[in-house]
Design a protein around this ligand. Structure first.
Ligand code: 3PG
Length: 431
């Protein structure tokens, strides 16, 4: 991957950081129930953090964790479950730097007015009483996702803390105060992870062919855009998860428990397009289960697609059966691919993981292809099912792991790595 970055993107390596307070937006959204689930995203930003410190910058970090805001009421739950404290502790050990994690008064609408807590913390940083500051979860602040004055004030307050802004939060593609607005108020630069991800995206947008894409998801409606875009871009498209159930229900006019008529109707568009193109490759066997919430002996079975009758009725399809990956057509498509993009957990974890294991294993056997994995769940499943291949992949040139799944799908839909709004804000800041 030797592609160049856009000359309009300001890069952290070109910034004057000596003695500057550097506000760094990272995507350290790795805390589940107050514990670090997988530090991959933290580790991926260490290069940028080290660089800033080595160049004389003073670190003020910020990230969102989880979704503490209730979409309906707008209320924000400030609790240990979505605190950045475990991340700051992790970084203290990694970087041998002490991090101050200031606490701000919160209401049921989250942090509306932090008072002087954040300014005071940055003063300690300037006096070198601490090595770094890790701000509270950005989504605890009322102004982060809101529109209007509250958001403008929050962005201005963030900007007032620092001299320079660096965005290394590739996965945080939504334009919020901490990812977008603040870039318009300070000299702003892309961190090394952001740069690497933008280059990685080029391999998906301009793939060596044949290009096989595998996409799955829990709901068809959230993935229509990416499925359509991948259908257009890939030579072969393989579906998994609930998306595949929806596709099968529509394609074979079958009734499958859990698939709604609305979703089925959405799948028809791509099915009719495929009549001419023939790009969708169906794994020809699935695992049907009588119960949705567990793997109960005697209550699940393999169903061959050849046996799915028009108008037939089925219980839950909870996985692609591993035998499906023995199909010579599928083996040849994956075995001969030059680029493979995977944003897919094939079955209903944690009980039905055989399909994902068989898929990832088959992909791993293609040593020459550029294999790009994206999405927290996809990477976590890959790591759990095939830890050896996953760990080898970290160091291999033929593997690439994106730190953000939604961000990659967004770019695939837009067709341009620089279309992500936080990235655009960096480019505009450089002008
Ligand atoms: C992610 O985990 O995909 C990113 O951190 C973005 O999180 P979000 O989907 O809650 O915005």
């Amino acid at each position: 991957m030797n592609q160049k970055l856009s000359p309009n993107l300001p890069l952290v390596q070109n910034a004057d950081l000596e003695g500057k307070v550097v506000l760094v937006r990272v995507d350290h959204n790795v805390v589940k129930k107050g514990k670090i689930a997988d530090p991959f995203r933290i580790e991926s930003t260490i290069g940028t953090l080290f660089h800033i410190v080595e160049r004389g910058g003073r670190l003020v970090l910020m990230s969102h964790v989880g979704r503490p805001r209730d979409k309906k009421t707008g209320n924000i739950t400030v609790s240990d479950a979505t605190s950045v404290a475990p991340i700051a502790e992790y970084l203290e050990k990694k970087l041998n730097i002490s991090f101050l994690t200031p606490e701000c008064p919160a209401t049921e609408r989250g942090i509306v007015d932090p008072g002087n807590t954040l300014k005071d913390a940055v003063e300690c940083l300037k006096k070198r009483e601490v090595g770094g500051v890790y701000l509270p979860n950005t989504r605890w602040f009322a102004g982060e996702e809101n529109k209007g004055e509250e958001r403008e004030k929050f962005a201005a307050m963030l900007a007032s803390l620092a001299d320079v802004y660096v965005n290394d939060a590739f996965g945080s593609w939504q334009p919020h105060a901490s990812t977008y607005d603040v870039a318009r108020l300070l000299p702003s630069y892309a961190g090394f992870l952001m740069q690497k991800e933008l280059i990685g995206l080029d391999a998906v947008l301009n793939p060596k062919r044949p290009f096989v894409a595998v996409v799955a998801g829990a709901k068809y409606d959230t993935k229509i855009g990416p499925v359509r875009a991948l259908f257009d871009r890939a030579d072969t498209l393989i579906l998994g998860g609930v998306i595949y159930n929806t596709y099968l229900a529509a394609r074979y006019n079958a009734e499958i428990t859990g698939v709604s008529d609305e979703e089925e109707a959405m799948a028809r568009e791509v099915i009719s397009l495929d009549e001419k193109k023939g790009k969708i490759l169906e794994p020809r066997a699935v695992t049907e289960s009588d119960v949705a919430d567990g793997r109960v002996e005697g209550k699940y079975r393999t169903v061959d697609l050849n046996d799915i009758h028009n108008g037939g009725s089925y219980k839950y399809f909870l996985d692609v059966a591993p035998t499906a990956f023995e199909d010579p057509k599928l083996k040849s498509a994956i075995g001969n691919a030059k680029t493979i993009f995977v944003n897919a957990v094939m079955g209903f974890a944690p009980h039905f993981t055989d399909g994902s294991e068989a898929l990832y294993d088959l992909i791993d056997q293609n040593e020459d292809a550029m294999k790009l994995y994206g999405g927290g769940d996809t990477l976590a499943t890959f790591k759990e099912l095939l830890p050896g291949a996953y760990l080898d992949g970290i160091d291999e040139d033929t593997y690439y792991y994106f730190t953000g799944g939604g961000a990659v799908l967004k770019v695939i839909e837009e067709g341009d790595p620089y279309a992500l709004e936080p990235v655009r804000a960096l480019m505009e800041s450089g002008k």
